[in-house]
Design a protein around this ligand. Structure first.
Ligand code: MG
Length: 376
């Protein structure tokens, strides 16, 4: 029986991970963590009987410990670090934000297999995290459809016969709109993603294509590829989840209906495929599949994000923080869609980079930018 901890169990990836575990034999929920969705965590506790639960808020932890006496409750960042210090097999990191970075580093030192859905970890601190993972020989398995697709095609990391990675992008809801039209779009328009059903922040990142740039940075760290050998290709049908191009000219692709259940399941069962959850049957016959180059002029944040990845140091963290604050302002209706890129570009233009920053320097920079931009 494999024991699984899910951090962020009430979010989109967290709930889908529980759906996968329900269908997989030999996998059991060991511990859960969540923010403030108390009604949902209560249901999850009753259904999956975890041994440990960590909540964001200490009052919530106290209240729930009076209801569920068999469960050990903890709270906050300290509780989270305690939680992962247990005996288990796989840590699913489905939380957002930088607290996950610290958790991942601790789990690496504990030599636990990490199924990683959190983007900040590799975007902000990819060099540090991957170096540590190598040192401790801790596997980091991505839960992201594109990186999972690449892993499924590579079959093993560091395959020397791979020439390039091709990351597919749906192009988001504004793929066929002009910049003039994009200027007028509201949060509601941006949240209307044509293919994937995800959290709000990532859905807006799909509309600006920042998400794809962040995925290029992640792929660079996960698979140790130069940025020039990681390409983005627009594929509006979202049926091919990425390609691996080999030295002999062959391309391997992983295909399927857009569903996060498969990358989650593959991360839990890697390197095997197991009988578990099943998506709708997918057959590409008769379907027209399109692939074309992204329009970097229309989506300048895609280029900027990749550029920040190339520069390395603090730049990806600066971009990530500025983008996140700008996206939340847009979701709150305080700025319009194209203001997101204005805010991010301005921050990057004024940024001072440090090469090989420490984790503390990265966190400090992140905090500074968030504070400054949220006051605007
Ligand atoms: Mg993705």
């Amino acid at each position: 029986m494999k024991k699984v901890i899910i951090l962020g169990s009430t979010g989109s990836i967290g709930t889908q991970t529980l759906e996968v575990i329900e269908k997989l034999q030999d996998y059991k929920v060991y511990a859960l963590s969540c923010g403030r969705n108390i009604e949902l965590i209560k249901k999850q506790i009753e259904k999956f009987s975890p041994k440990f639960v960590c909540l964001q808020n200490s009052d919530d932890a106290k209240n729930l410990s009076e209801i569920y006496s068999n469960v050990k409750f903890s709270s906050g960042e300290k509780g989270l670090l305690e939680l992962i210090d247990n005996e288990y097999d796989i840590l699913v990191v489905a939380t957002s934000g930088i607290v996950s970075v610290k958790t991942v580093i601790k789990a690496i030192e504990n030599k636990k297999t990490i199924a990683l859905a959190n983007k900040e970890t590799l975007v902000m601190a990819g060099d540090i995290v991957m170096k540590k993972a190598k040192e401790y020989q801790t596997p980091i398995i991505p839960i992201d459809s594109e990186h999972s697709a690449i892993l499924q095609c590579l079959n093993k990391p560091n395959n020397p016969y791979v020439k390039r990675l091709w990351i597919t992008a749906s192009g988001g809801p504004f793929l066929y709109n002009t910049r003039e039209e994009m200027e007028k779009f509201s949060a509601k328009d941006a949240l209307n993603h044509p293919k994937w059903n995800m959290g709000k922040k990532i859905t807006v990142d799909c509309a600006t294509l920042v998400n794809k740039g962040l995925e290029v940075i992640e792929a660079h760290h996960l698979y140790n590829f130069n940025y020039d050998d990681i390409k983005v290709v627009i594929h509006p049908e979202s049926l091919v989840h990425s390609f691996v191009e080999f030295q002999d000219g062959s391309f391997l692709a992983q295909m399927g209906v857009p569903s996060m259940h498969i990358p989650i399941q593959y991360a839990l069962t890697y390197p095997e495929r197991k009988k578990g959850i099943k998506t709708n049957s997918f057959c590409p016959w008769g379907k027209k599949l399109n692939f074309f180059e992204p329009d970097f002029k229309k989506f300048p944040l895609l280029k900027l994000t990749i550029e920040c990845g190339k520069q390395g140091g603090l730049m990806p963290a600066i971009l990530n923080a500025a983008n996140e604050i700008a996206v939340y302002k847009f979701l709150e209706g305080k700025i319009n869609f194209l203001d997101i890129e204005k805010i991010v570009f301005k921050e990057i233009e004024n940024a001072k980079n440090i090469i090989n920053p420490t984790i503390e320097e990265i966190f400090e920079k992140d905090k500074k930018i968030r504070l400054k931009l949220s006051q605007l």
